[in-house]
Design a protein around this ligand. Structure first.
Ligand code: SAH
Length: 396
């Protein structure tokens, strides 16, 4: 068997590795052994030839994603097993695995679980795997086997990476089942039922990262008229209804998402369809055409900035959107406003909302500062992992 090939860094470029940051940017590389292919496991060395880490090599700005900083560690089946089992135990400790009440959670959150380039979401008996690196793509079958061995009751593993692998990568990633093939898809979140369409839905099919924020909204929803803007499959709407909202309007530009929202509301509140209405419409159009005032508004738009280059327009977008919400919120109302753009910092997002608030001239206070749920842990050495930002504002 061939030795693990070596990538050497330029002098001083090992500093981030010594602080356990899991990425090496391409500009830090001095030399690469001949024959290294995208997705290969590599041994990372400093300019003096000392071992630094094991990682997956990738063509692009993030050139190496680090898997281990220990020279004696072997990146083999036992390694993957240990990572997956540690991740599972954390979700158990978080109380997310509760038969009959909660069977939907993120099991692997990339860097946050020591597995950069891999995401795994669990929906009852099905795990959905999403690779963001060629290295993870290449070990997908092994990871699927380890997952099946490690998670009690797991029957299906769906691999969904056609759109998440770099488009120029020399691999043909096909979405499909690695294990099983049952599309039966009801997940339970805090006792609420959700149909999850991992085949056609966005991401892995559901936005698990908002679970705690949905619970918070449930807590405040009693007696309120709620607008869930960018509702997707209706997560916030269903929690609002359980929280005793007087009326909930769900809006999303995707007709399919609106259909799923209606199904999820019906599954949880079968005899209660007067309290909910869903509209397939563009957000700005809806705000323009619909004069209704609300006493609770949720704004959970898609990532406005996928890359830094789009930052300026994204911030303007957040400002405009929040300004519309301030126009339609009643005194005493609450605004739950989010950004899931990794390229937008907490401060930048707050500034955009602040500008919208100033435009409205109203008295506005921050009640809560929100982020992703604890099954999306942030590796403390990888602050980039904190992508979801939210504010709950009291509007007078
Ligand atoms: N809040 C949701 C997740 C929202 S994802 C949850 O808890 O599950 C973002 C959603 O915004 C997607 O469903 C997408 O279809 C929708 N969307 C994108 N652009 C939009 C627009 N211009 N107007 C309305 N909805 C839009």
């Amino acid at each position: 068997m061939r030795e693990t090939p070596v990538i050497s860094l330029k002098p001083k470029k090992e500093e981030s590795v010594l602080r356990f940051h899991p990425w090496i940017f391409s500009g830090a590389i001095r030399s690469m052994e001949d024959g290294i292919k995208e997705g290969d496991l590599v041994s990372l060395r400093d300019s003096g030839g000392n071992f630094l880490a094991w990682g997956h090599y990738q063509v692009g700005s993030i050139a190496v994603r680090i898997l281990s900083f220990k020279e004696e560690e072997c990146i083999d089946r036992a390694f993957w097993q240990q990572k997956i089992q540690t991740a599972y135990r954390l979700r158990e400790a978080l109380g997310l695995i509760r038969p009959g009440a909660n069977n939907c959670y993120r099991l692997i959150h990339g860097e946050g679980d020591g597995l950069p380039g891999m995401v795994v979401d669990v929906y009852d008996k099905t795990a959905v795997m999403q690779a963001h690196s060629v290295g993870m793509h290449q070990v997908r079958q092994l990871l699927a086997e380890v997952l099946a061995d490690s998670l009690p009751g797991l029957k299906n593993i769906y691999y969904k990476s056609e759109t998440t692998l770099p488009y120029y990568a020399p691999v043909e990633a096909e979405d499909g089942y690695l294990i099983g093939g049952n599309t039966d898809s009801e997940a339970l979140e805090n006792g609420l039922r959700f149909r999850v369409d991992w085949l056609h839905g966005q991401k892995t099919g559901f936005f698990i990262d908002q679970r705690e924020n949905r619970s918070l909204l449930e807590h405040y929803a009693g007696g309120r008229v709620v607008l869930n803007m960018f509702c997707y499959t209706g997560g916030f709407s269903v929690y609002a209804l359980r929280g005793g909202a007087r009326l909930v309007h769900s809006v999303d530009s995707s007709a399919k998402a609106v259909e799923l929202t209606k199904q999820n509301v019906a599954a949880n509140f079968p005899a209660d369809d007067l309290r909910h209405a869903a509209f397939a419409e563009d957000a700005f159009r809806y705000f323009k055409d619909n004069g209704q005032a609300y006493d609770l508004i949720v704004l959970d738009p898609p990532a406005f900035a996928k890359h830094r280059s789009a930052l300026h327009n994204a911030l303007k977008g957040y400002q405009r959107l929040n300004a519309r919400a301030f126009e339609q919120i009643l005194p005493g109302g609450l605004l739950f406003t989010f950004s899931c753009s990794q390229a937008v910092s907490k401060e930048q997002f707050r500034l955009a909302v602040f500008s919208a608030a100033a435009e409205s001239g109203r008295k506005i206070r921050i009640l809560h500062q929100l982020t992703q749920g604890p099954d999306h842990p942030i590796n403390i050495y990888h602050p980039e992992g904190e992508y979801l930002k939210g504010l709950v504002l009291a509007v007078e």
